[in-house]
Design a protein around this ligand. Structure first.
Ligand code: FAD
Length: 308
């Protein structure tokens, strides 16, 4: 059940994830999105790094532009799969030179035809090793990935938590989760993480589902489960993107409000480079643009002075 927020919350912290655009048209759309979402004063925004560095140049170009043209805190994703340490370090140094002090450090996945992940003979072994290497370059603010339902390659949920702990012990400051659709999935994971002695923030990753078929395929690969109710919700809507949009917002808002009711205050939103869904989610969490916040504060102050 969706309930409207009763007050404007200054406690909610959001971060937004974008992917580097491929075409000029997509680039225009992304900058329009960034302009609209900046007004919500996110804690930081991040830009993904395509499998094995396939978007390296576009990621760096997007990061540079964000650093030059906005006052947002910016994080660059960086993977180590298929690269030597020296190659990965060079990208990290490029980030630093562009003024990017935050990194989302990831192992990455090999191309499907290459089968199971094998570290490059001269490369970082895994994400924990990558974090340690990055910390030797600079005191980056590093985030890492966490998997509430376990990474598909992990031997067990406990082994996966041990791996998360290694990444945090190596210097990462927070984890961001893979997407999930049931609040209990995240809440149970948090209980297990805290019981395992992990104290760092673990921010839930929120994915608004606009294309159910794509998400189904993605979930199959990353080990996230799709609840039956979600599949039923999108039944018969393959040719109806407008209705899918409305439902995507409703489902994501519902998840966030349930998490909020359990005391969760930080959210990382996979924006899909689009503003509306993220704006809807943030609005329902009680976030307002900078201008609206100021207006709200002034009104609050006026009311206070009238009643004094
Ligand atoms: P790791 O933490 O290294 O772990 C991967 C698996 O291997 C886990 O099961 C772990 O338990 C196991 N493992 C690790 N080390 C060892 C060891 N020494 N011995 C035994 N088992 C071990 N991918 C991209 O290509 N680009 C992106 O921009 C990107 N952004 C992402 C952002 C977020 C928030 C998330 C959640 C994922 C992102 N990914 C991205 C996907 C990520 O690259 C994949 O999920 C990848 O399969 C694992 O990366 P990792 O950093 O979690 O790996």
């Amino acid at each position: 059940m969706i309930g409207a927020p009763t007050h404007i919350s200054d406690r909610i912290k959001v971060s937004f994830e974008f992917f580097p655009p491929k075409t000029r048209e997509n680039e225009g759309a992304l900058w329009h999105t960034i302009e609209r979402l900046s007004a919500l004063q996110p804690d930081f925004v991040s830009v993904t790094y395509g499998a094995g560095g396939s978007t390296q140049d576009r990621t760096l170009a997007t990061l540079r532009r964000l650093a030059q043209r906005t006052d947002l805190a910016v994080a660059g994703h960086l993977t180590c799969v298929g690269k030597t340490r020296a190659e990965v370090d060079e990208v990290a140094r490029d980030y630093a030179a562009a003024g990017i002090a935050r990194i989302v450090a990831l192992r990455g996945d090999p191309p499907v035809q290459d089968g199971r992940y094998q570290p490059h003979p001269d490369g970082y072994r895994d994400a924990a090793d990558l974090v340690a290497g990055l910390m030797r370059i600079e005191d980056f603010d590093i985030s890492v990935a966490a998997y509430p339902e376990g990474h598909p390659e992990s031997a067990s949920l406990e082994a996966d938590l041990d791996n998360l702990k290694r990444k945090l012990d190596a210097g990462a400051r927070r984890a961001i989760t893979q997407f999930f659709f049931e609040p209990e999935t995240y809440l149970r994971f948090m209980d297990r993480a805290r019981a395992a002695g992990i104290t760092a923030p673990i921010v839930p990753g929120i994915l608004p589902v606009t294309n159910f078929k794509t998400v189904q395929e993605f979930a199959r690969r990353c080990g996230a489960s799709i609840p039956g109710w979600l599949a039923r919700t999108f039944e018969g809507l393959d040719e109806d993107p407008a209705t899918r949009e409305l439902i995507a917002a409703t489902v994501a808002v519902d998840l966030c409000l349930k998490l909020r009711a359990q005391g969760v205050t930080d959210f990382h939103i996979y924006t899909l480079n689009r503003a509306e869904l993220t704006l809807a989610i943030c609005h329902m969490l009680g976030l307002r643009s900078g201008a609206a916040r100021r207006r709200h504060r002034c009104q609050g102050e006026e009311t206070a002075s009238q009643t004094a």
